[in-house]
Design a protein around this ligand. Structure first.
Ligand SMILES: [Zn+2]
Ligand SMILES: [Zn+2]
Length: 556
């Protein structure tokens, strides 16, 4: 157990997966949250819209939560706030852009009265709960992200946020390594928590501005053709570079897709995106312009099935029909798990006659996360006493731990944690409590629906094996079978074989029911078990499959 003056960091998500980042930093009984994100589901999470951190522990400690720091505006960092705010109420701290990006969903959910948005600026120091917190600028694939410094009773905890060391960022706002160095030198970094996403990628990530050069060349090469581009809607710097290339070649820019339109408006309003009014048109007016003088910037870079680009690829978009000669530039890279969706979209576009340029063909994308050499640089400057890799699948965390040891962090001071683990900093050093809090996946289906793992398992069985429903109507008193057994199946066997198998199944169930009545002492409930077992045994024996068996036994 932790004592007075200890500082605890509890990892609620993001350690073991890319997504649903959430940590709780705690001192003197007060909890400051660091991000609250969502994760997009894998293909095997059937019917699940998104995955959240397990909020059980936060719910139980609701009155101790004094605020949440949003490191940057990506969904894997702020996309869970509109769920947590249903149950808890707390202020959110972040850069003005981060708060602007986070605000949309919170507003849609009608939860603005549950929170307060408190903007913080580069290099600012302010008291949040028990900590003096400092916000250090970092470069990433969304502008105005922060590394966060907690000045605690146990020294400095430094969390990098998502970062890369881009020396020529589009907005000139560099990762402030000098400030990190000054803190390391003056107070020392007691504990470093650092982004592991690219910890198994050698070398140095490319600068975002190098993508601009590639885009310029592509626009030059494809003069005379309509150009449709796609990237993450929050990647304001990428949008800027696409717009710059478009304007340089005399094209007008048409943002497409709800989040693209919203973010372009937001970033222009904040002065973070410069597109002249005259170079911007509404997608509805696309028909008035020479296609060769148009650049569409669309959502759907991950092949999301209902996105603008996916609709274009399916020939179903209201304002834009892909034609032979169109050029589609996908300025993105598929996130693991999205490859098949992206591939489907590319196939659709090519089938309609478009030429598709993607990251497999040309350098139209640069990662927003530090690779090995950048992680080493950060470690050497921060020179932490303790190190816990964060933001990654297990293999990324393990790779980052190896890098830290190579960079001279003592072997037993490098700790690989997983979701639900907690580290405690005390005068004696750092200790780990494994699985200190519940940290399973919280599956969300629809607007508020929580899906249990039981429901998900049922969906998997239904998807993979199908269902066999057996109806029997009985008179329990006399032991007579009055109707059935009737067998109805979906997704179990091919129709040709079904008839003979269904016949066999009915016989097997009828025999089992007759046997149960002979043995005596039956009721509806144990008849259901008898029916399920008989049908299951038959089905498994005949087809070597395990569909879901649903026995329906009724008193007729
Ligand atoms: Zn992230
Ligand atoms: Zn990010």
């Amino acid at each position: 157990m932790s004592g007075a003056g200890d500082v605890r960091v509890t990892f609620l998500g993001g350690l073991g997966e890319i997504g649903r980042n959430c940590a709780a930093v705690e001192q003197d009984g007060q909890i400051v949250l660091l991000d609250c994100g969502l994760m997009f589901p894998d293909a095997d999470m059937l019917g699940v819209d998104l995955v959240l951190p397990d909020f059980t522990w936060l719910r139980e400690n609701a009155e101790r939560v004094v605020g949440c720091i949003a490191t940057h505006g990506h969904e894997d960092h702020v996309g869970g706030l509109n769920y947590l705010l249903r149950e808890l109420s707390f202020p959110i701290y972040g850069s003005a852009l981060t708060l602007g990006l986070a605000r949309g969903r919170i507003e849609e959910a009608g939860l603005l009265d549950r929170t307060e948005f408190i903007p913080v600026t580069d290099g600012e120091r302010r008291q949040i709960g028990p900590f003096e917190v400092e916000f250090i600028p970092v470069t990433h694939s969304v502008p105005h992200g922060f590394a966060t410094v907690f000045h605690t009773a146990q020294g400095v905890i430094l969390h990098t946020g998502d970062f890369k060391l881009d020396l020529t960022p589009v907005d000139g706002r560099l990762t402030d390594l000098a400030l990190v160095g000054a803190i390391a030198k003056d107070e020392g970094v007691r504990l470093l928590l650092s982004d592991s996403t690219n910890a198994d990628e050698p070398g140095h990530s490319r600068s975002e501005s190098s993508v601009g050069d590639v885009l310029y060349d592509l626009f030059h090469a494809h003069e005379g053709h309509r150009i449709i581009t796609t990237c993450f809607a929050s990647h304001i710097h990428r949008v800027q570079q696409i717009a710059d290339a478009a304007v340089a070649f005399g094209r007008v820019v048409a943002p497409m897709g709800r989040s693209m339109q919203r973010n372009v408006a937001l970033a222009r309003e904040m002065g973070l995106l410069r597109i002249p009014d005259a170079s911007l048109i509404d997608i509805a007016n696309l028909g008035d312009v020479d296609p060769a003088k148009v650049c569409v910037i669309s959502t759907g870079s991950q092949g999301e099935p209902l996105s603008a680009l996916a609709l274009m690829a399916a020939g179903q978009h209201r304002w834009l029909k892909i034609e032979s000669g169109d050029v589609v530039i996908m300025s993105s890279h598929p996130i693991p798990g999205n490859e098949s969706n992206v591939s489907r979209v590319i196939n659709g576009l090519v089938r309609l006659g478009a030429e598709v340029v993607h990251s497999g063909i040309s350098d139209v994308h640069a990662s927003g996360h530090a690779k090995v050499e950048e992680l080493k640089t950060f470690l050497s400057i921060a020179s932490p006493e303790w190190f816990v890799p964060v933001h990654g699948e297990y293999r990324h965390l393990a790779a980052h731990a190896r890098i830290a040891r190579r960079m001279g962090v003592a072997g037993d001071h490098v700790v690989v944690c997983e979701d639900g683990d907690r580290v405690v900093l005390s005068d004696d050093g750092l200790s780990v409590e494994r699985r200190a809090v519940p940290a399973g996946y919280l599956y969300v289906d629809g607007i508020v629906g929580e899906v249990s793992t039981g429901v998900l398992r049922d969906r998997q069985v239904l998807a993979e094996e199908g269902v066999v429903v057996v109806f029997v109507g009985v008179d329990v008193a006399t032991g007579a079978v009055l109707t059935g057994p009737e067998v109805i199946t979906r997704g179990w066997v091919h129709a040709d074989e079904a008839e003979h198998l269904i016949d066999g199944c009915r016989k097997a169930v009828a025999e089992a029911v007759a046997g149960a009545f002979e043995a005596g002492g039956v009721d509806i409930e144990n008849l259901q078990r008898v029916v399920r077992r008989a049908a299951g045994r038959f089905v498994n024996h005949e087809t070597k499959r395990r569909p879901m068996i649903v026995p329906v036994v009724m008193e007729a």
